[in-house]
Write a protein that binds this ligand. Structure first.
Ligand code: BG6
Length: 488
């Protein structure tokens, strides 16, 4: 793989420690690193290279999914790291950075391929990218790439502004927008599940599917992130990005070819076909919730507004459920129900496909209840695919009962999302990164919901911490004759 420089803005931050360093290290252990690499960490604090390398080592010992205790090997990895004290608003610091980058390119015989990873607060995205351009850091003879993390803006307008600024310094195909859900093995697997299995592929449409349910429930509350979360809510934190990405991946049609362009094309067609909501009608399709105190997981849990740092009168959403319709030939008439929430009963991200009961009448006069066939795709924390079928149970007088066929994926040794995504970015493969059009259209679809929330056009349903969310989320499906599966 081509040699390169990896420049990490925000190298003393939490994400760097928890995810980025361990990801780089695991790629190193798997020999998936560029032929030669120089890694430059930037942070506000003053620190020597040695101190920085010690910090990286510490993060590996705490967070890496494995560690090789061979000192020579570890030293070889750490030797690629250098540190530079850096203040994003100071143009002089970019020039200092450029000379360090060049010095290391010479020492390590690296062509001018530069990857800029912005693991910093979003308000710095445009400032840093502009300075990368103006300082000459971005004028490379090789390639340059920019990796940024969500959030990409906080509404449609700010996302567009941000994108305009970024595109002054980087072309669209140089920008890698991380949505870590796209790095999850089971999300990446959706495409193969549908298109590499001729027994499933013909069923993936409105002729055979009654509805699709996408859930991301978490047991954690707001944690120590009140400052950010109380402004973002579940709608910006999870729904606009992770949930809509999963929807696109689930619903996309078969691409002409399995490459980044074609896959993104198909995803875009889905987001373009989402039936738009009017601000006034949001309350008919969307449920907004907030957790109140409750007893769960063997503990007494505080309500959202009692959490440290949260405004006690906050109307912020910690739960969102929505019914989404896709107006295209394949999905006309099939509701997609999406929900995400904090402080729910279990940690589970899953997609449940409910098939139509076209043979129901056959058994009706026998007074037997046929449960719909389900395909359950568990994404997180377990990776599993389960097919629920009906069979005659000989132990119950041959009564028709559901039976589950389970395919568990091997969980040990599977690379983490950040490993996969950073490796893809190394190789210039942008398949599992969010394209600007996807991001823009997601904001466009979500915008009336943001407006309706802001103007309080729909009730804020309180739900008990440790529950499955507000009852109103049940009613959303009940109205169509469905229910959330696996909520027992
Ligand atoms: C992040 C959100 O993007 O995803 C968090 O900011 C959330 O609030 C997290 O907890 C969930 O990710 P995962 O991989 O644990 O499902």
């Amino acid at each position: 793989m081509e040699s390169m420089t990896f420049i990490l803005f925000g190298a003393t931050g939490d994400l760097a420690k928890r995810k980025i360093f361990p990801a780089l290290y695991n790629l190193f252990l798997d020999q998936k690193m560029p032929d030669s690499i120089s890694i430059i960490g930037l942070g506000r604090r003053e620190m020597s290279d040695r101190e920085f390398q010690n910090q990286v080592e510490q993060s590996l010992r705490t967070f890496s999914r494995r560690i090789d205790f061979d000192r020579t090997n570890l030293y070889k990895f750490l030797d690629a790291f250098r540190y530079s004290e850096f203040n994003a608003v100071n143009p002089e610091d970019y020039r200092k950075l450029l000379s360090l980058v060049k010095q290391r390119e010479n020492e390590r015989n690296i062509p001018e391929n530069r990857m800029f990873y912005l693991s910093v607060a979003p308000e710095f995205f445009d400032l840093i990218s502009l300075n990368i351009k103006e300082s000459g850091l971005g004028s490379t003879k090789g390639w340059k790439r920019l990796i940024i993390e969500k959030p990409f803006g906080r509404d449609l307008e700010s996302a567009r502004e941000l994108n305009t600024r970024l595109s002054e310094a980087f072309e669209e195909d140089e920008i890698y927008r991380i949505d870590h859900y796209l790095g999850k093995p089971m999300v990446q697997n959706l495409e193969a599940l549908k298109f590499a299995n001729p027994i499933l592929q013909p069923l993936w449409n409105n002729q055979h599917i009654a509805n699709i349910q996408i859930t991301a429930s978490e047991v954690v509350g707001v944690e120590e992130r009140a400052g950010y979360y109380d402004q973002a809510g579940a709608i910006r934190d999870m729904f606009q990005n992770h949930m809509l990405q999963m929807l696109m991946m689930t619903a996309m049609n078969q691409p002409k070819k399995m490459n980044a362009n074609e896959i993104r094309n198909e995803k875009r067609k889905i987001i373009e076909s989402l039936r738009g909501l009017k601000k006034e009608d949001v309350s008919l399709h969307v449920v907004r919730g907030q957790y109140r105190s409750g007893e769960a997981y063997g503990m007494q849990l505080a309500g959202y507004t009692e959490e440290p740092g949260v405004n006690p009168t906050s109307k912020n959403d910690t739960f969102v459920a929505a019914k989404v319709m896709i107006d295209n030939e394949n999905w006309q008439g099939v509701p997609f129900y999406i929900r995400t929430g904090k402080r729910m009963k279990i940690k589970s991200t899953r997609i449940v496909i409910e098939f139509k009961d076209s043979l129901k009448e056959l058994y009706e006069n026998k007074n037997e209840k046929i449960i719909p066939n389900l395909l359950i795709i568990e994404i997180n924390p377990n990776e599993n695919i389960t097919l629920q079928l009906n069979h005659k149970n000989p132990l119950h007088d041959g009564k028709i009962e559901p039976v589950k066929i389970n395919f568990s994926a091997e969980q040990k040794g599977v690379p983490e999302a950040y490993e996969r995504l950073i490796f893809d970015a190394f190789r210039g493969d942008s398949t599992f990164f969010a394209h600007w059009k996807e991001v823009e259209m997601s904001w466009e679809w979500v915008q009336p919901i943001l407006d309706a929330f802001k103007e309080n056009l729909l009730p804020l349903h309180l739900y008990e911490a440790g529950s499955n969310g507000p009852d109103a989320a049940e009613s959303l499906l009940k109205a169509d004759g469905f229910k959330w599966w696996l909520d027992e």
